[in-house]
Ligand binder design. Structure first.
Ligand SMILES: [Zn+2]
Length: 138
């Protein structure tokens, strides 16, 4: 048994502000966001790095990432967004369960990879979750 926080979120053993899930993927808010609405998309099964994920899971991962990005754009109205996945410690992977980041971006928002600068105040996590969930069309 791997001690992995994302496996625990996928199996509901650990809490998360879940935006969407199906049988293959789960989507939830990063609790230490680069910008509010920073979202993570993970395969529910444990794969350390992107190239290890089977094609049929990657299809869902990419399509769901696209749909959730649209929901973030429709709800939070950022000026742009980054989508990225860090693979391997040398690339900055902190949690060894492959995940895609969707980061809403604003002009002059001071983006940097580390440390993730923000946290949510009480109830804000759910409020952002509600805003984005309202716009999800899958
Ligand atoms: Zn895992």
């Amino acid at each position: 048994m791997i001690d992995c926080i994302f496996c625990k979120i996928a199996s509901k053993e650990a809490p998360a502000e879940v935006l969407f899930e199906n049988d293959k993927v789960m989507v939830f808010l990063d609790i230490n966001p680069i910008n509010y609405g920073h979202t993570l998309v993970i395969p529910k099964d444990h794969y350390k790095e992107f190239h290890e994920i089977p094609d049929e899971v990657n299809q869902d991962l990419i399509v769901v990432t696209s749909k959730i990005t649209k929901a973030i754009l429709d709800s939070l109205k950022p000026h742009g967004y980054n989508i990225f996945t860090n693979n391997g410690r040398s690339a900055g992977q902190a949690i060894m369960h492959c995940h895609f980041h969707i980061v809403p971006r604003y002009l002059n928002d001071g983006f940097k990879f580390r440390p993730y600068p923000k946290s949510y105040k009480k109830d804000e996590l759910k409020q952002y979750g509600n805003l984005i969930r309202e716009k999800i069309r899958i």
